[in-house]
Design a protein. Structure first.
Length: 146
């Protein structure tokens, strides 16, 4: 595989340190305990031997899932990594996908809108450190599992 190719794969415990480092480098991303991600639909994007991004989702109910976190190392942004992670999640989850994003995170909001998400609500005081509202976004995936 060429060195600049990004591979999206299921995450493993060996990826947790790299995921924690990416999360720490992305203060706008949710700051969860990365070990908890192993209990969910957890993907990493890898370039060469390096994990450069990750995405985590969980089911909410029949035909609904929530993206808990999606982050890319700052030096790998705007290279299709986040889109690749989203598309991989989308293939695994048909129906409605939801997420929350910090109100001030205009870059992420624009990215999600470009993917087809719509803003459907607001949760005041959702985030702390610093306190901030969350914008709830929704995407309808029409992908059919085969």
């Amino acid at each position: 595989m060429p060195a600049d190719t990004v591979l999206v794969r299921a995450a493993a415990p060996r990826d947790l340190d790299a995921v924690a480092a990416i999360q720490a480098d992305c203060p706008q991303a949710a700051q969860w305990n990365v070990r908890d991600y192993l209990e969910h639909d957890f993907l990493v994007a890898e370039r060469g031997e390096r994990v450069v991004g990750f995405a985590v989702a969980r089911p909410l109910g029949e035909g609904e899932a929530e993206i808990l976190n999606l982050a890319v190392a700052p030096e790998f942004r705007r290279r299709g990594v986040a889109r690749g992670l989203f598309e991989a999640l989308q293939k695994r989850r048909s129906g409605h996908l939801y997420l929350e994003v910090r109100e001030s995170n205009q870059e992420a909001r624009k990215f999600y809108q470009m993917l087809g998400f719509q803003e459907v609500g607001r949760r005041d005081g959702y985030y702390d450190q610093p306190p901030e509202a969350a914008i709830v976004m929704k995407f309808l995936s029409c992908y059919c599992h085969k």
